[in-house]
Every structure is written in structure tokens, then in C-alpha cells.
Design a protein around this ligand. Structure first.
Ligand code: NAI
Length: 242
């Protein structure tokens, strides 16, 4: 489905980003994994079933993101798919959350996503279009206790993506959003068992999702299967908060 196309995935060294890279590679795409952890990105790139490289990139830096886009075009000749996936959590109730924890999370998710969307769209609009997929979260739809930073950033990604989608739709660039629910990765496995149990009770399908189940939706958005879709938000939650 992606033969001849090149995808840049931020935060692609592990978790959902790596699952997306894996399914894109299986579908014929060249892959660039851009991650704060360069060693892990390179190792992960080596595990993929397609030409792939890992580069160091801090998504909070526009210069780093622009350099990752330039490196992608330099290595593979194009950038057709951009996945803004890099993320962190710094959970705390508002009483305990520091200003720095708020700024860090907003910077990585919201500014990082803006940096990536802007840089990718700038290239794609000049080269026949492309697909941008931004990772939000169901936390951005409903708001979670202890995540005033993360919920704000993830809701912001929806607004950012819709604004961007309207700006570049006529240039063949599509921008869509995925809102995963509880997905089993390093980020969520760090949660205490009590938090897992509470979340589980809210999921109609009665199980956590696998990263591959987010990746298949990213594949749909990246491919021509979704050629008439832009500015949309897909919930991948097992029915939670439908
Ligand atoms: P993860 O913690 O397994 O992986 C995140 C990756 O992002 C890591 O490789 C990390 O090195 C990288 N990263 C962190 N800060 C970075 C920066 N400044 N620049 C570049 N790379 C950076 O996380 P996971 O679970 O795979 O999450 C991926 C995305 O999906 C995130 O945006 C997360 O918010 C979102 N998400 C995850 C859910 C889950 O249940 N796991 C649910 C909803 C959304």
C-alpha cells in the first residue's frame, strides 16, 4: 500500500511509533525514525523489513525537525508521510504539577507536533502532496485527572491538525489525527496496577489495545484508502468514551 513512499516517524524508536514503522515497512515504505534516543532509533531501524534509518531529533526544536525532514529527502528523495508521535508524560494533579512539567509536556506534544506538521507540509505542498498523521489521545477528548498538561496538549493537537488541514488541503496534503485509548507500551506499563484496573473497567472491549492496532489505523491514514479524508479524528479505544 505504501510502495515507493517515504515515511518520517517521530518518537519511532519504540512503542506505538515503532509499531507504525513496522507496518509501514511491511507495506513497502522507506522509513526514517527520528527520536531523542538515537541509539534506540538506529537499532529499531535495523529491525525493519525495508530501507530504514534512525536519526537523533528533539521534536521541541524546529531546527532538529527541519533537519530530520531534510535528512529524509536527502536519503530517500521524498517525504510522503509524516507521523508526529513523539511523547512523554509528567503526570501530577494541578496542586503538585510544576510549571516545568506543564511546559515540558506541552512542548513535546503540541509544539513538537506543530514543528513536524509545518516542516512536512512545507515539503509536501511543493512535491505533489502527502499525508500527515498526528497522535493525540483520548485524554485530549475527555480530560484525565493528573494530566492537565497532557490533556491540554493532546486537545491542542486536534485544533492544530484541523487548522493545518484547511490550510493545505488544496495542495494535496492531508492531516488526520488518531486518539488512542489504553495501549500496552512502556508509557502505560509504568502505571500502577490500580490505575490499570480503573481504566480497564471503562473499556467496553474489556482489554488494552496493542500498538499494532493503532498502527493499522495510521496505515489507513497514510495510504490512498483514506484519500478523501482530512481533518478527521479516529478513536482507537476499544469503545472507551465513545
Ligand atoms: P513511548 O514512551 O513508548 O515512546 C515514546 C517515544 O518518543 C520514545 O522513543 C522517546 O524516546 C520519544 N521521545 C520522547 N520525547 C521526545 C522528543 N522530545 N523528541 C523526539 N522523540 C522523543 O510512548 P508510546 O506509548 O509509544 O506513545 C506514542 C504516542 O502515542 C505519544 O504521543 C503518546 O502520547 C500517544 N498515546 C499513547 C497511548 C498509550 O496508551 N500508550 C494512549 C494515547 C496516546
Amino acid at each position: 500500500m505504501l510502495t515507493g513512499r517515504t515515511a518520517l516517524i517521530t518518537g519511532g524508536a519504540q512503542g506505538i511509533g515503532l509499531a507504525i514503522a513496522t507496518v509501514f515497512a511491511e507495506n513497502g515504505a522507506n522509513i526514517v525514525l527520528a527520536d531523542l534516543n538515537e541509539d534506540a532509533a538506529r537499532t529499531a531501524a535495523g529491525s525493519l523489513a525495508a530501507p530504514a534509518v534512525g536519526v537523533r531529533c528533539d521534536v521541541t526544536s524546529a531546527a532538529d525537525v527541519n533537519a530530520a525532514v531534510a535528512a529524509t529527502v536527502d536519503r530517500f528523495g521524498s517525504l510522503d508521510i509524516m507521523v508526529n508521535n513523539a511523547g512523554i508524560t509528567r503526570d501530577a494533579t494541578m496542586r503538585k504539577m510544576t510549571e516545568d512539567q506543564f511546559d515540558q509536556v506541552v512542548s513535546v506534544h503540541l509544539k513538537g507536533c506543530w514543528n513536524g506538521t509545518r516542516a512536512a507540509a512545507a515539503h509536501m505542498r511543493e512535491h505533489g502532496g502527502g499525508s500527515i498523521v498526528n497522535l493525540s489521545s483520548i485524554s485530549g477528548k475527555v480530560g484525565f485527572v493528573g494530566q492537565s498538561n497532557y490533556s491540554a496538549a493532546k486537545a491542542g493537537i486536534v485544533g492544530l491538525s484541523k487548522a493545518a488541514a484547511k490550510e493545505v488541503a488544496h495542495l494535496g496534503v492531508r492531516v488526520n489525527v488518531i486518539q488512542p485509548g489504553l495501549i500496552r507500551t512502556a508509557m502505560t506499563e509504568a502505571m500502577p496496577q490500580k490505575a490499570w484496573d480503573q481504566k480497564m473497567a471503562e473499556i467496553p472491549m474489556q482489554r488494552a489495545g496493542d500498538p499494532s492496532e493503532v498502527a493499522s489505523v495510521a496505515l489507513f491514514y497514510a495510504s490512498d484508502l483514506s484519500s478523501y479524508m482530512t481533518g478527521t479524528v479516529s478513536e482507537v479505544t476499544g469503545g472507551r468514551y465513545m
